[in-house]
Design a protein. Sequence first.
Lengths: 287, 434
Amino acid sequence: MKKILSGLAALCLGATMATAALSQEEAHHDEANPTHFPIHRPAEMDWSFAGPFGRYDKGQLQRGLKVYKEVCSACHSLRLVSFRTLEDLGYSDEQVRALAAEYEVTDGPNADGEMFTRAALPSDHFPSPYPNDEAAAASNNGAAPPDLSLMAKARTVERGFPRFVFDVFTQYQEGGPDYVHALLTGYGQTPPEGMDIPEGTHYNPYFIAAKSLAMPQPISDDQVTYDDGMPQTVDQYSRDVSAFLMWAAEPHLDERKMIGFRVIIFLLLFIGLVWMTKRKVWAGVAH
Amino acid sequence: MSAGHSTYTPTSGLGRWVDARMPLPRLVHDSFVSFPIPRNLNYAYTFGGILSIMLVVQILTGVVLAMHYTASTLLAFDSVEKIMRDVNSGWLLRYLHSNGASMFFFAVFIHIFRGLYYGSYKAPRELLWILGCIIFLLMMAAGFMGYVLPWGQMSFWGATVITGFFTAIPLVGEWVQQLLLGGFAVDNPTLNRFFSLHYLIPFMIAGVVVLHIWALHVTGQTNPTGIEIKSKTDSLPFTPYATIKDALGMVVFLLLFAYFVFYLPNYLGHPDNYIVANPLKTPAHIVPEWYFLPFYAILRAITFNIGPIDSKLGGVLAMFGSIAVLFFVPWLDTSKVRSAVYRPWYKLFFWLFVVDAILLGWLGSRPAEPIYVVMAQIATLYYFGFFLVIMPVLGLIETPRRLPNSITEAVLAKNHGSAAAHPAGAAAAPETKA
């Protein structure tokens, strides 16, 4: 029996060493021809909505909406978000109506069988900048700009071991906004010597799928005017629009964390009561 | 239901009237009140109750979600988003349901590991074990089809890959795949039949669960010593003893469940499933849900041809074999001793097997790079080695520790100092109260 075991242990050790050697080979790679993306891991930012008591910062969401409206919406749709939900950002009913009315949507057909355009109502969703995906692709070098409604949940850079284990305890769920922020602030760097950047694409070491992407740097300092005195920098714009996109993807986050806290407190109390009952029932019964 | 005679005595006139016509209250009483349980059950034995709660949670949330869901490739994704955004508490229902599936599998894995550790599958509980394996298979089918319904990128490509397995079967493979898909590729007919089956399977599970519990109540529960109940002092009535212990297990489990639902609702999912399915765009890495990863790793570990079996069929056979082997465990284990508590070597190999299963899970999430493939091959070898070599051989060569004569003896030996004040008679006393 002992022999079998020591043989097994030796086999395991050998296997581990072989795999370690293999992985070292793997680690040696060419900086100009990276094989794993993104080249750089996104930095973890401080978000007001992170953690068990996290809540959206309404001022930040309003700034983010402004960035989306003035910059992103030129190419990107937000088709799952309706204007009425913007009341979550702290706007009044009148403000939402006024905001929706800035957009035109196609409606119909009317009694004559004609389609017509009208000002958007709170019940309408953000209209897309292009009539269809094909038009979007045609005006953007063949790469249709993706819809942003769920972007903050649809892009997460893999955390890897052991980070993904720690994430359970730190409640890290902000991979999406971290990624969006990293991507938007990751432009303007010089690619490593010898790296071949395909024409019509832009180097960004934070892009999740390749070394460069079709979207050029979308925003620069002082492009959007903030009226609350926050710095008008690419970094701040990126933080705000990332937070806004997180809200767009997960509008009930505040409610979720608030109810969650109550549920956890209730369950802890309930566990205490059941535990005491269990002790009482089993008292005097050796088991 | 229980093997012993019934101790139910209706107290009211209505009770006697019902009992003479359709003795359902008697069945419930005999199964969940007076049913004798071994007095030494630990918390590993609460997962049966936890699993029944999870099945109920999944069915209840699922039925309500189905009221708002639309099984059409054009509308499925948006209808799920409508649930998340506009349906009252829809986000809660959906997160309960999606994380509930994960919790269900987490609990079933512990339940299966507990069975393997304490030898719960050994005679006379072979059918009980096999019914459990059938439930596990049904759960896998339900989990897989449920993941397709939101119609995200991983839904679509996961369905494409998994239904593609069937083409590896010689002669009938293509036919089976087309029957599953309702066409030549994953499309609207696939989504519709998966939705229909996803609604059906939980009720099939509920049916097999009834058989599983029935078989359990005929043979009685095992316990950490693996020794059957021999006398009255070995057992306690189900209520209040098991009821309250199971209840504690359940609420602690609900705390874990709530933690994920409210604070990490997307931790166990894949971000790509928040992108609408696009048949023209393959994701960089197609990975199944976490609970399928060990089996996925086994599938991909077979990268070589074995005689007439090519690597594709070999991988599919290994994957299905890794579940099929569970059905034969009662006959693969040759040990005369049931519980790992008294089997020092089996205990060691069992924990290695647990580590191996977790390692396989992690490897299943890795891209198919050489280093991971080699590791997955070694881990797969141990997976099958554990069942096909270690289990039969160890039972013949291992010298088990001395077994106690009865559950009571084991319990008293464990509690020697404190339990001396409570002789066996005291433990039996609560029964007269009940």
